[in-house]
Design a protein around this ligand. Structure first.
Ligand code: GLN
Length: 277
């Protein structure tokens, strides 16, 4: 190779190296990944699932019209909504019955279900343990008693036996608002109402839409004596280790609200249009 030839090749190599750097500059236009200190980064979009292709759902399936068992098939507002979310995410949804009070600790322990769909109220103390999706239903509390009972305010229940579902917002309200209440905890709402009908408790404090549903076709002589406007909102619960799943459910939920599917499911179970956002 002549001397000019060598100089030319050298220039060519320099030019090539510079163009590689220029291209590299383009390629790094994606947002730089935040260092985690562990040498790895988890992309925000990653969804962790216990079983590939499946969304396993933990639920206290004795809480109509949100979830109840029809034979061995779960049905209800939460069930339809979860199935619609699963469809958007390309996942097969499977409900697993759990006692309400153990849902959060079981989700945290991992390995049994990916998400909680159980008429669960979003509350700060729960948010310390798990993440919640955006709210999907507005709820309140209620007090039910035997027909003919007088109820003018929580003071009428002072010292009385109050049936509640363990670990619920109804239990928390009763504890706070009824003086010297003797709280009688049950594993689910249906058991609490059976105790009320049997005269084993004087009143049951429970989520209003569920008590309304449970007493709709009930001939045991029970009635709602008070509605308590607690202004609760239900959300789906997801492990704090799985932010990708929370984000994916939120995205699907927003799409279902925008395309009318949410309203359709709401009307099916509550007979009315959902409240305006
Ligand atoms: N919404 C109530 C709560 O979160 C009750 C839920 C339930 O019993 N499934 O505590």
């Amino acid at each position: 190779m002549s001397r000019t030839g060598r100089v030319f090749s050298l220039l060519l190599v320099v030019a090539l190296i510079m163009s590689v750097f220029a291209l590299g500059g383009c390629a790094t236009e994606q947002p730089a990944e935040e260092p985690t200190g562990e040498g790895t980064t988890t992309p925000a979009s990653e969804i962790k699932l216990i079983e590939p292709g499946k969304l396993l759902v933990g639920s206290d399936t004795a809480f109509p019209p949100f979830e109840s068992m029809n034979g061995d098939v779960a049905e209800g507002f939460d069930v339809d909504l979860m199935n619609a979310i699963g469809e958007k995410l390309g996942l097969k949804v499977e409900f697993k019955t759990e006692i309400f009070d153990t849902l959060i600790s079981t989700l945290q322990a991992g390995g049994k279900f990916d998400v909680i769909a159980s008429g669960m109220t979003i509350k700060p103390d729960r948010q310390e343990l798990i993440d919640f999706t955006d709210p999907y239903y507005d709820s309140n509390q209620s007090i039910a008693m035997k027909k003919g009972s007088t109820y003018t305010g929580p003071e009428d229940l002072a010292g009385k036996k109050i049936g509640v579902q363990s670990g619920t917002t109804g239990e928390a309200w009763a504890k706070e608002s009824i003086k010297d209440a003797q709280l009688v905890p049950f594993k689910n709402a249906t058991d609490a109402f059976a105790a009320l009908a049997a005269g084993n408790v004087d009143a049951v404090v429970n989520d209003l839409p569920v008590t309304t549903e449970l007493l709709k076709q009930d001939d045991r002589g029970l009635e709602i004596v008070a509605q308590i406007p607690t202004g609760e909102q239900y959300g789906f619960g997801v492990s704090k280790d799985n932010p990708g799943l929370t984000a994916a459910i939120n995205k699907a939920l927003a799409e279902l609200k925008a395309d009318g599917t949410y309203a359709e499911i709401y009307k099916k179970w509550f007979g009315i249009e959902p409240p305006a956002e």
